[in-house]
Design a binder for this molecule. Sequence first.
Ligand code: PLP
Length: 400
Amino acid sequence: MTKPSKRIRAITGEGSDGWDLFYRAKDLIRQGVPVVELTIGEHDVRTDPAILDAMREAARAGATGYASIPGIPELRAAVAERVERVTGVATGPANVIVTPGGQAALYAAHQLVGDPGDRALHVDPYYPTYPGTIRAAGLVPVAVPARAEAGFEPVEADLMAAPEARSLLVNSPNNPTGVVYGEATLAGIARVAVARDLWVISDEVYDSQIWEGRHLSVRAWPGMAERCLVVGSLSKSHAMTGSRLGWIVGPAEAVELLWDLSTVSNYGIPGFIQEAGVFALAQGAAYEAGIAEPFRRRRGITQGVLAGQDVVRAAPQRGAMYALLDVRATGLTGEGFALRLLEEERIAVLPGESFGLASAGHVRVAMTVEDRAYEDALRRLVRLAGRIAAQRAHFPAELG
Ligand code: PLP
């Protein structure tokens, strides 16, 4: 083919990102090998038939033409109402633009915050698309570590000392760590943003999955409403990953600019999906709690299985559908351990290294199979780690 742009070639970056393991697991499954799949953050239930009925009815009633580009008024209003209820920040429909999922929202937000070559900060560990999303928008990603020893929360001094940049991307509840940022962390982020005149892109797609404390949005801190773009989505809160329905909430002027971007990219989201989104949001907070419930239970199972041993330790699991497990006591990297787990136990998890340097030596377990199978897989994971750690204690030289 004729030469493509450097920008598109640079999206995936260089080197292994640990997804090899994911494809290896998929290959095994294709060959008929039973593998317990704990890799991807997707519910083990499908979208509620009642939501699908709403989608079908909307389509049958004619919502199949071009839809309003920033989102149909009812959906913008419903998102504004939800964001205001969850975060306490005054929000109106003019603050909302509807996007094809949270991923497209992350991309659009980075298009808004900087010019080609500008730096964009993000916290490490991170959702693996972050650096590529930033590069696709023409910006240069710079990771700021949130270290295991600091409970995987970013430290104000590190953020303040990071290189000159236009924006900071944060994610709470966090994928992959399960950490929910506390008030002190969010206040620190807000102080840094104001002092350094940064945009903050706050990825809050897991805001309905909170196991301890409550969800706080950095947009609620003084001086933040005018510099904060909150990314949300129905993927996780309503088990609607395939519907591709998300949003950005921000200053009305920013929404006007994002509208221009939407006009030249997706040109709006299918009206029947937006109407299904209105129906889904109308089900309220109790419905969202029901969708989150299996993960809450499995978080309890995780804590039960890990109790009484100290080879495998979980990062603070305060939210989101994952357990980030520290397997450094085995002497293996996260990738090395994940490979042995796949080969020896036929359990697929993702290496912490796929999520950045700060989660090296960990594996991320998605709590996305039914309770008994989940518990059994986790027990086998812990037993394997125990065996490897015991061998290492006996033959330390051999294993290095
Ligand atoms: N942000 C985070 C932290 C995620 O984990 C995901 C998906 O797993 C997304 C954004 C994107 O979600 P979607 O595009 O389905 O809304």
